[in-house]
Write a protein that binds this ligand. Structure first.
Ligand SMILES: [Mg+2]
Length: 245
């Protein structure tokens, strides 16, 4: 990847510890709305939320449903599976107020993010962010994480009205970054909508596999041959990956 001119980052669970912030937000709403739930089931609640099993957030990223509608549906999915009440509009407003206050107060950069961004910029690379959430929301998140001055938010789900894995959001982000897709790396924590989608759009997709999922399962089943050398376990591995090949 010696001809690389720029690096685009996913935000949630790539630059920002969104998983940790969700855990705190879900703990706050669970204490109020799922009071009988055993505390040791908190990891199940987090896994349920993040799995988006009914594809509600995916539908939002395709522009098929509004943000609040998908989130209210996800809150009710959660309550159905963990014994909470069905939320009407007014219950949901209360639920989401608590969730959102806790979530936004918990935003922080992953420990490996700031140094890597500094290193890439010092190496003369252009750096920006492409995310499947709304642009203004992600600007707030990058600001809270202390990254906005170094990582401009280039493309959100509202920029074109749809998000990853559509190839057009990747080419739009490259145009805004000022790099050719073939000279741009995209780093994200989701194998399909980040790494594979970026590669399909003509960029160099890199999978940030923080949990080590790629090594936990049979790598041959999960990863195609060309993908295996583009997996990193930490952002700290990124400069080394860019220096090789
Ligand atoms: Mg992500």
């Amino acid at each position: 990847m010696s001809a690389i001119e720029g690096v685009l980052f996913d935000i949630d669970d790539t630059l920002v510890d969104t998983r940790g912030a969700f855990a705190l937000a879900l703990a706050a709403v669970s204490a109020v709305w799922l009071p009988d739930l055993a505390p040791e089931r908190a990891p199940e609640v987090l896994a349920h939320w993040r799995a988006d099993a009914n594809g509600r957030y995916r539908r939002y990223t395709r522009g098929e449903v509004g943000y609040e509608a998908q989130r209210m549906a996800r809150a009710n999915d959660l309550h159905r599976d963990f014994g909470g009440p069905e939320l009407d509009e007014s219950d949901y407003a209360e639920w989401n107020g608590l969730f959102e206050r806790t979530f936004t107060a918990s935003w922080a950069a992953h420990a490996d993010a700031p140094d890597v961004v500094d290193r890439l910029l010092a190496d003369g690379l252009k750096v920006g962010a492409l995310s499947n959430a709304a642009t203004a929301y992600q600007v707030r998140k990058l600001t809270a994480a202390g990254l906005i001055d170094r990582v401009p938010m280039l493309v959100g789900v509202d920029t074109l009205g749809f998000g990853k894995p559509d190839p057009r959001v990747f080419t739009e982000a490259c145009a805004r970054l000022g790099t050719e897709p073939s000279r741009t790396v995209y780093v994200g924590d989701e194998l399909d909508v980040d790494a594979r989608a970026a590669t399909a759009a003509g960029l160099h997709g890199v999978w940030l596999d923080r949990a080590g999922a790629g090594s936990a399962v049979h790598a041959g089943e999960l990863l195609a041959a060309g993908e295996r050398d583009r997996v990193i376990r930490s952002l700290a591995e990124l400069p080394g990956l860019l220096a090789t090949a």
